[in-house]
Design a protein. Sequence first.
Lengths: 226, 231
Amino acid sequence: MSSLKEFTIAQARPLPVIVIADTSGSMSIDGKIDALNQAIQEMTKSFASESRTRTEIQVGLITFGGESASLHLPLAPAHQIEGISALTASGRTPMGDALRKAKELVEDKETISSRAYRPVLILLSDGLPTDDWQDSLNELCGSERAQKATRFAMAIGRDADEEMLAQFANDPESPVFQAHDAKDIHRFFRAVTMSVTARSRSTTPDRGAPLALAEIPEDDDLDLDF
Amino acid sequence: MLRAAAASVIGPSHKSHGIPNQDAFVLRGHRGGWLLAVADGLGSKPFSDIGSAIAARTAIEVLARECSEEDPRKQIEAIYKLWLKRLPVSQPALAASTLLFVACDSDGYGWLAQLGDGAALIREEGATKTLTNDRAGFGNETEALGVTKSFGAWSHRRVALTHRGDGVVLMTDGVADDLKPETLGDFYDALLMAGVVRNKRRFRRWIERELEAWTTRLHSDDKTLGMIFRD
C-alpha cells in the first residue's frame, strides 16, 4: 500500500500521435478517403490493444477540407476511443489552417503535459494547399514544443505538393512517403503503427523510431504459392 | 537536528530488460551537516549508469573538500572537470547524466544546484518551492553533464534549513515527473512525517518501499529520492 499515492499522477506518460489529414474533395476519388478511414481505424485499434507498452498512446485527428481545418478527434488515449466518425471528402485544401491548429495543440501544456513523450505528427495530402501554408509551417517548425515533434508525411498521388510535404517531414530516415494507391495508404499507416509501438515498448520512448516501410509488404496477401 | 536519508530503486522497464540502475545517489554526513547528490544517467546513452554514479560521487567529494556557496560557478566547474577526468570513456556524451546536489552545514546553511531534469523541493519557514520551473518541452528531454558546458544551464540557490520541518528533497525524474504539481507541499509533509518518526535506516527502507510501490500507471523509470530535514 502506497502512502504517496495521493500525490502521484495516476495516468501513464502519454505518447501523442496527431494525424493531420487532407479531406479535400479530391480525396473522394479512387477510394482514397475510404482507405484513409480504414487505416486510421486500424492504427487506433492497434494502439489500443498494445498491452506491452511503457506509455499510453494517444491519438488525435485534425482534418482539412472545405474552408477551414477542424479537430475531428480531440487527443485521447487510444484504448478509450470507442470509434472515429468516418471522414468525408469535400471542398478546398486549407492545410495552413490545419498546421496552425496542430501547432496550437502541441503547444498547449494542458492538453499535452511536459511529462509526455515527444509527439508524432503525421501529415498527409493529395493536393496543393489552397491557403497560406508557409507561415503556418514555419511557425510550427519554429515553435518551442512543436519543433521537437517527430514529423512524418505522405504524398498521395501525383498532384500532392511533395516539396511542401518534404519541408514538413523532419526525420532524415523517413522521407516523404509516396502513396500511389489506396493500398499504399494502408502501408504507410502500418509503418507508422510499427514505429510508434516500437517507441512505446522501448526503454527509451523519447527516441524516435523511423518508418520501416521496406518491412511492410506491397500488399497484404498471405505468402501462398498459387 | 538535521537528519537525512535516501534510496534508489530500479524501474520496472530496466528490471525486465536486465539493465542496471541508471540513477545514483550519495549521502554523507559532513561536519555535523549533510551532503546529498542525486544523478540520473540518460537512458539513451550506453554508459549512463557509470556517468551517474561518478557524477554523484564526484559532487560529494568536491563539496566535502570545499563546501562554500560563495562561488557556485567555481564549485560546479570543479565537479564537472573531475567528472570528465574520471569518465572511462572518451566521449562524455556516452555517459551523460543529470546532477542535483545539496550541501548544508550543521546550522542548516548551504546551497543546492541542479543540472537537467528531476526536481529539488525546498521547504524553508513553512513555504515549499522547487528550484526550477516546469520544463518547457517534453518528458526525458534534459540537459546533462556531457551534453552542455553552459553554466547557465544550471540552477542554484542558497538554502537555510533553520526552522523545524525545513528541508530539501532531491528526486530524479522517475519520481518528479509523476508528482501532482498542486500537492508538492503535501508530498513534502508526508515525507517529513515519515522521516521524523523513523531512524535513518528505517526511513531509507520506507522510501525504498514507496518507490517500489509507485502507483502511476505503466511507470517504468528508475527512481531516486533523498531528503535532508530538520526535526
